[in-house]
Design a binder for this molecule. Sequence first.
Ligand code: SF4
Length: 468
Amino acid sequence: MLAEIKGINEECGVFGIWGHEKAAELTYYGLHSMQHRGQEGAGVVVSKDKELTGYKQLGLVNDVFKQVKFDDLSGKIALGHVRYATQGGKGLENVQPLLFQSLTSGMALAHNGNLMNATALREELEKEGSIFQTTSDTEVLAHLMKRSGEINETTISEALNRVKGAYAYLILEDDTLYAALDPTGIRPLSIGRIGEAYVVASETCAFDQIGATFEREILPGELIKINQDGLTSFRFAPRGKRQMCAMEYVYLSRPDSDLNYVNVHASRKRMGKELAKEAPVDADLVIGVPDSSISAAIGYAEESKLPYEMGIIKNRYVGRTFIQPSQELRELGVKMKLSPVRGIVEGKRVIMIDDSIVRGTTSRRIVKMLKEAGASEVHVRIASPPITDPCYYGIDMSTKEELIGANNSIEEIGEIIGADSIAYLSEQGLENAIVKDKTINQGVCMACMTGLYPVAPADEKEMDISNC
Ligand code: SF4
């Protein structure tokens, strides 16, 4: 993934397991498979005899769990989280799961998404005497639930009805695991089984990683409770039309994951095919920008009956560049990370498929790199519509001022990045590639590409992008 270069960052992945002897260890493997959803911190909380114990730390999953003694984290119920942090929220206190201990019980929370009204709710709760331990909006839900004393499906439902935005929540209380998805189902959340145990995860690649089987999606507005009585489903809000984040399919999720019953790789291939139909061009070969654009490039090549070639390779052993703050260093990271394959592109008219363009700096460098390697023409085809608007639902992307698609026409973008021609996939083309069956998959959120927000911000405060 090149999230750190592109300027789009997933914000968090959640994993929960109920009823397995190796709950903490399986949480480690599950989180490891979702490392791309957050690389700034990771944590686990285990419940044994209704006692909650946790460990969390800043860093990659491997580094964090190296410190964990799994014997000290025995217990059959666990909750885990990987976190990407926006500026200002990078402290260890914000790493999740958040663990709250009281004299009578313990509670842990893990969240993926963004609560748009977190600031207003926080102000209200603070006025009423709540003292917050973190700057994370996740804690708001904990205070809302705790206000009513007991944690159960009723108090959780009441609290969820106060928050607004996109969220996939996992809550562990004593020996009960709860999972909830916002009424529009913007963020992904699925249930699986491993033996008799239940598993809940942001992406189904976590199920494959631990040998679990996919059971079903959690539905918009649904609250799941898992305890010794099995799994019970509650509805805390009317089931809205599901509008899963299109960017999860375009770029963010792993290709082997199925989101809302649609495989990510297969949807990317269809994006490439749609793009080839909409924007054909006379050329010699098709290449994709690794890794997230490879599937779309294969689809484009198949549809246009041109050879797919590996024209760019990615150096897998370069450290993460996003921790380096300056643009200059970020750009240096691009050079280190991607290299053209001269023997493939030299003297050729190349169609370069990319999944999206955020600032344009990466695309400009790649086009230049291909031309320096001898490509006679570079035609850029983007497997999604231009990104024009910010996301309020938990995906951290560049500000509107930095978004090349918000401030330039498509022709201007082509000129800026030095392409011989450029075309983007249409909104309809993207929807066609993702939504295979409207009764099952319903719709997708494309707000950052259309400006049409399924959950509209009410005021400036709700546009203040927080983090999970
Ligand atoms: Fe995903 Fe864009 Fe919608 Fe945010 S606005 S949820 S990134 S599609």
